[in-house]
Design a protein around this ligand. Sequence first.
Ligand code: SUG
Length: 444
Amino acid sequence: MSLELSFDGLPGPSHNFAGLSPGNLASTEHAGQVSNPRAAALQGLAKMRFVHELGVPQAVLPPHPRPLTSALRALGFSGDDREVLAAAAHHDEQLLRLCSSASPMWTANAATVSPSADTADSRVHFTVANLTAMFHRSLEASLTERALRVVFADEARFTVHSALPGGAHFADEGAANHTRLVSSSGARVELFAWGRRALSGTSGEPAPTKLPARQTLEASQAVARLHQLGDVALCWQQAPHGIDAGAFHTDVLAVGSGSVLLLHEAAFVAHEALLAELGRRLGPEFRFHLAREAELPVTSAVKAYPFNSQLVSLPNGHAAIIAPHEAEVDPHASAYLRRVVEDDPWISQVHYLDLNQSMKNGGGPACLRLRVPLTEEEASHVGGRVRIDAALLSELEAWVTRHYRDRLTLRDLADPAFLTEVQTALDELTRLLELGSLYPFQRS
Ligand code: SUG
């Protein structure tokens, strides 16, 4: 038996709105607003609770410590933590913000995952995403790797690859650009979407003209090679006009699971050819629900995130869509999702959740989770106490309520008392999740 374990990233105590991601329209729009880290974390936990109570396997990954004083030190600020924070705040406030984001909550960008059924050595493969397209996100890879190596330590079953070598050439955004489809006959496709070629100008393909494309084709190809996917991998270009409309990751305009794909016509170039190729590989079971511009304007799709939904398999054999509340109130987005539920024999329900704190930074339900397809046997070898159950949920909710502020401004990031608060909270969390001394500050 196989299952999909969703690893949600828990929003960290430093959750804030700093406008760090050009091309992500929500991040730009909400820059400078006062954030509520406690609400962000409780909303994230409420989603985990909801999914768990549907009978769907759920797990959690911990926040990263921020402000990241080691990064500031590497950039030339010296002294103890207090002095480093004060110097950074004085000389370059933006740099302090870049080193303080709670962005590791969006675990769809933590890694790309291929199940053992797809890989030549029959192990589950993980490649940590280097996230080099955005500086604040590039700071995540080393701790993400450490966490994955603790949780997926069993080398007979799991293999964790370090992030691809850095720089713009192999810019990799992880599973947010990756969709696995499978039919009951066992036909499989791992669809890797990419936004640009590192060697631009060599191919004549159209490219976005206004907003940045993050993932390179070369990175997608390298991940497919590392995962030993052979013919299971299919690389396809994101539509440049979709990126220019604000679809900085593929999961802003498409989501797939089993043998069904929901997509907007601005998600991929030559989408008719892509759909034909998927049909050829997956057979007659393959279904798609294509939203055309007239039905669902791309502006609505980018603002309301109907495609940034989770498509989860329910114990009764059907599937549910977990969508953000923003998609419920947008008439085009909610009408589209209603149509999908009416038309698709597998998808039986849609649920809307309030994830407003994450959404204001461009992170919907799908951004907040890393999908890890496992056999039951592999699932029993996951390390740490990260699998969600009712007891862990209550402990995490109490932990958040004890430690998180309900109001955080960009100025608070420079306060050394805030850093101490974060470290105290995270130290306690590693004990709760049985993750050992995960964080560098616990070892110094
Ligand atoms: O990388 N936002 C994240 C959102 C990631 C969404 N993930 C997926 N689509 N899978 C990003 O742009 C904004 C942080 C700020 O502006 O403070 C941010 O990093």
